[in-house]
Design a protein around this ligand. Structure first.
Ligand code: PHE
Length: 334
């Protein structure tokens, strides 16, 4: 009976003490086994009470052990969840931005620093915004079914072949001064290869104000290439676009310092990165801007081409295949 009272009083927070308690009462050489062994020697008339009492003791001891063990386990669980705030957490797998988005955002940032806003327009266009307003005569080869995905003919509905269409829309709705860049997806009916795809991305820029000259264009391009590539050696090659006059192709000097660059530039060191020119007065008039009062420049570049250059990507198709082994390589580039 004294033992029962002791058992009922027992409490501990230490596992080792609990184990010692268990061994003391319930172990092989424990108090209970001693009492059971003693049972034989108890006089007949006392056997009943003795038996009942040691059974009570056994239940009390077993109950106590279970009760304390559960309490200790619960306390340990709580500690595991809330206790150690310095323990390492489950790893969280971060996603990555697509290289097209990375380069697009970078271009937007560079031009927004000199006051350009961002304009967007529809990917499905009409003939006017994609061609006619931009001074593309009806016989121009770019209108050929070979180059353009027509959704419908007469009246023509098509997938825009460049984001110059956005500039037309912007001029129709805004008077100068205009400083805007138009990033977006464009479509051309071209054979898919390592160098060209039927879908790609462009950023086109437009600057219209009083007395804008070719020198302003050149300085803007210089600023851009320096910010974008850290290189400022560029050259302008005379070229032709129906919507600009004069027109030029912009080449950047990429150097011949290492083998990879040498391969990309095909040995000359110069690499074409965009087209540009002074907006043709016809285009301004088509869009409701007085060409006697205003002049401006425009430029356009392919985002893939610039991304390929920056990240040394050898095949344009990589951008659209969504191969995680490719995409995961841009994790560190935010
Ligand atoms: N729209 C031209 C293209 O898609 C690029 C360009 C834009 C050229 C503006 C000159 C001026 O190739």
């Amino acid at each position: 009976k004294e033992h029962i009272a002791e058992v009922e009083k027992f409490d501990t927070k230490a596992k080792e003490e609990l184990e010692a308690f268990r061994i003391k009462y319930l172990g092989k050489k424990g108090i209970l086994n001693d009492f059971f062994a003693e049972f034989r020697n108890v006089p007949k008339e006392a056997k009943k009470e003795f038996g009942q009492t040691i059974n009570q003791l056994k239940q009390a001891a077993e109950g106590k052990v279970t009760e304390i063990r559960e309490a200790l386990e619960n306390a340990e669980e709580d500690k595991g969840v809330y206790g150690d705030l310095t323990r390492p957490s489950e790893p969280i797998n971060l996603g990555s931005r697509h290289p097209i988005s990375l380069v697009k955002n970078q271009i937007i940032e560079i031009f927004s620093n000199i006051g350009f806003n961002v304009s967007e327009g529809p990917e499905i266009e009409d003939d006017w915004h994609n061609f006619t307003a931009l001074n593309l005569p009806e016989y121009h080869p770019a209108r050929d079914m070979q180059d353009t995905f027509f959704i419908q003919t007469n009246p023509d509905v098509l997938l825009r072949t460049h984001t110059s269409s956005v500039q037309v829309r912007y001029m129709e709705n805004n008077q100068p001064p205009i400083r805007t860049i138009s990033p977006g997806r464009v479509f051309r009916n071209e054979a898919i290869s390592a160098r060209s795809h039927c879908i790609f991305h462009q950023v086109e820029g437009l600057y219209i104000d009083k007395d804008v000259s070719f020198a302003d264009l050149k300085q803007t391009l210089l600023y851009f290439t320096k910010e974008m590539f850290g290189k400022s050696k560029i050259r302008l090659r005379p070229s032709y676009f129906p919507f600009t006059e004069p027109s030029a192709e912009v080449d950047i000097y990429w150097g011949l310092e290492n083998e990879i660059d040498y391969r990309i530039t095909k040995g000359t060191g110069w690499l074409e990165i965009m087209g540009c020119g002074m907006v043709d007065p016809n285009v301004l008039e088509n869009c409701g801007i007085d060409s006697k009062e205003y002049s401006g420049f425009a430029f356009g570049m392919g985002i893939e081409r610039i991304a390929m250059l920056l990240y040394q990507i050898g095949d344009i198709r990589m951008f659209y295949e969504n191969d995680v082994r490719f995409l995961e390589q841009f994790k560190s580039a935010l």
